[in-house]
Design a protein. Structure first.
Length: 560
């Protein structure tokens, strides 16, 4: 009996010791949790009960000058899945594939991966299609609203607008350059959840602020017409590309900036980088005879000649190691400055350039803005290529006056002619009229030539259309002033004999200019002359613009 009693006592003491150890361990654990880890555990509890949700801000709308929407935000629904919560992966994959045209097997494999708790099913889906899936109440699927950038006019002005990506961040064009303006401020909500993770209350919130709206100088109707004319021109002459710029010379506002071939900004991923390029701002070309405006303007401004000054000109002229010829063979002739310009005589223009001399000619090139950016509010503007006078060779004075050995952009050329149309005053070209709620920006203005010289140049350019190389640019009932250009494209060691750039730049009505139109056609086939290829495109754009804007005629028809 004593032995069994001692055994019982030992068991009791052992049990008591075990209880003491368990209690001590529990006490130590409680001290550790409440003393050492209290703050971190408290934060975990709050995090499990509370969640901060970011509310994306709506992107600002882009309008044309008449209030037509060019870039807007549309409501979309993003569909996602939690593979850990999906009970029937095959059924979910099949339903989503039918709703959105997805690869069912690929989605099914993603839903089988239980190591992930979030998988995009369809980002920014059509809300109506997403609603079909919502009604099926498939476990594991989730939905939330997002904004999708959309371009209601499709391809119209796509090169200018650019586009925003899937995350509504501007990637190209004005969408990129105006990113700080168009992007709003996101909001936040702090929500409380129950033990099952379901939201039960919103304890605090900060409202989102929509991005600012932007009004452009573009006219979507005129833009669409310019694009259509360029498409037809490219097709007619089997050209590589074509570009057009339409400016209001009174304000510097760009009414149209078109490129062909084009692309649809809503499907930008399908267009190559080359097709997306805004050639009016980023590409350079040798202008050829349209550049003769600079040479003649310099000679008139420096009072070396007058429009009536006459010269006896041979068909060809030796300048250092180069022989300069006129475009069409002829005998030695006497021509006035007006005739030199109207007939686009290379020999006559080089004669004027040599009278100016290298340094004065170089100063006039700079004064017209070539070799530097115009300052247009568009990212990626090219400066062009202008050699400093210190690097000119002996033959440069024979090439630069006629637009060879120098590279310009279409917007530079349009801005230069707009200055002449604006009585000699340059105004910085621009695409943004104003940002909603802000003042219009002050634009750079500077005088290039005097009013008198500008008036003389307008008269010379009217002769180009009336009786010179630009006759196909004429618009019935209106006085048109302009200049043709035909230039060989540079090639290794010289110039190509098969690749040309044809261009025409002018304005209308010449008596009170409202539209400056520049057309450049890259590598036309079948004909190469600016007066044949580009002038008709100018005429079509000008004729439509004059009627559309209800600009009254300034020329009286013969016999009236």
């Amino acid at each position: 009996m004593k032995g069994s009693g001692r055994t019982a006592n030992r068991r009791i003491r052992l049990l008591l010791l075990l209880l003491v150890l368990v209690f001590a361990g529990s006490l130590a654990r409680a001290v550790w949790l409440q003393g050492v880890r209290a703050q971190s555990l408290s934060r975990m509890a709050v995090d499990q009960q509370r969640q901060v949700v970011t509310i994306p801000a709506r992107r600002g709308t882009v309008y044309d000058r008449n209030g037509v929407e060019l870039a807007i935000g549309e409501q979309a629904t993003t569909v996602y899945a939690d593979p850990k919560q999906v009970r029937e992966p095959r059924r979910v994959a099949a339903a989503a594939a039918r709703a959105f045209g997805l690869d069912e097997d690929a989605l099914y494999r993603q839903l089988l991966d239980r190591s992930r708790s979030f998988v995009y099913v369809r980002r920014k889906a059509n809300p109506a299609r997403a609603a079909v899936l919502t009604r099926k109440k498939l476990p594991g699927l989730g939905f939330y609203s997002e904004e999708r950038r959309s371009y209601p006019q499709g391809p119209v002005a796509a090169h200018v607008l650019g586009y925003a990506g899937l995350d509504n961040v501007g990637i190209a064009g004005l969408e990129r350059s105006l990113e700080p303006v168009l992007t709003g401020r996101p909001g936040r909500e702090t929500i409380v959840k129950d033990a099952l993770g379901r939201p039960i209350d919103v304890v605090s919130s900060i409202d989102e602020r929509k991005g600012d709206d932007v009004v452009l100088t573009l006219d979507s109707t005129l833009q669409a017409t310019a694009e259509q004319v360029l498409r037809e021109t490219v097709l007619r002459w089997s050209a590589k590309a074509a570009t057009a710029v339409v400016l209001d010379p009174r304000t510097g506002g760009v009414l149209a900036m078109a490129t062909a071939p084009g692309f649809d900004a809503n499907r930008f991923g399908e267009a190559t980088a080359e097709r997306q390029r805004n050639r009016a701002v980023t590409d350079t070309y040798e202008p050829g005879s349209t550049f003769k405006l600079v040479t003649v303007a310099g000679a008139l401004s420096d009072r070396i000649v007058t429009p009536q000054s006459a010269f006896v000109l041979p068909y060809s002229l030796q300048v250092a190691d180069r022989v300069i010829r006129d475009s069409h063979e002829r005998g030695t002739e006497r021509m006035t400055v007006a005739q030199i310009f109207a007939r686009s005589s290379n020999v006559g223009t080089v004669t004027l350039g040599r009278m100016l001399g290298q340094r004065r000619l170089a100063r006039w090139v700079s004064r017209f803005g070539y070799g530097r950016q115009t300052g247009i509010d568009y990212l990626g503007e090219t400066r062009g290529i202008v050699l400093p006078v210190e690097r000119w060779s002996g033959s440069t004075i024979g090439t630069v006056p006629i637009g060879q050995g120098i590279a310009v952009t279409p917007i530079q050329m349009a801005a230069a002619y707009a200055a002449i149309a604006n009585k000699g005053m340059f105004i910085r070209p621009h695409l943004v009229d104003h940002v909603s709620g802000r003042r219009r920006p002050r634009l750079e203005r500077r005088r290039i030539v005097s009013r008198t010289v500008a008036s003389q140049l307008v008269a010379l350019m009217q002769n180009v259309v009336a009786e010179g190389t630009g006759e196909l640019a004429a618009v019935e009932g209106y006085k048109v002033a302009g200049k043709t250009g035909t230039a060989q494209k540079p090639d290794r060691g010289g110039y190509s004999t098969s690749r040309y750039v044809a261009s025409f730049v002018g304005f209308v009505p010449a008596s009170a200019p409202r539209l400056v139109i520049m057309v450049m056609v890259d590598e036309p086939k079948g004909a190469i002359w600016g007066g044949v290829v580009a002038a008709p495109a100018f005429q079509q754009i000008a004729r439509f613009g004059l009627q559309y804007l209800e600009i009254p005629p300034d020329a009286v028809a013969p016999g009236r």
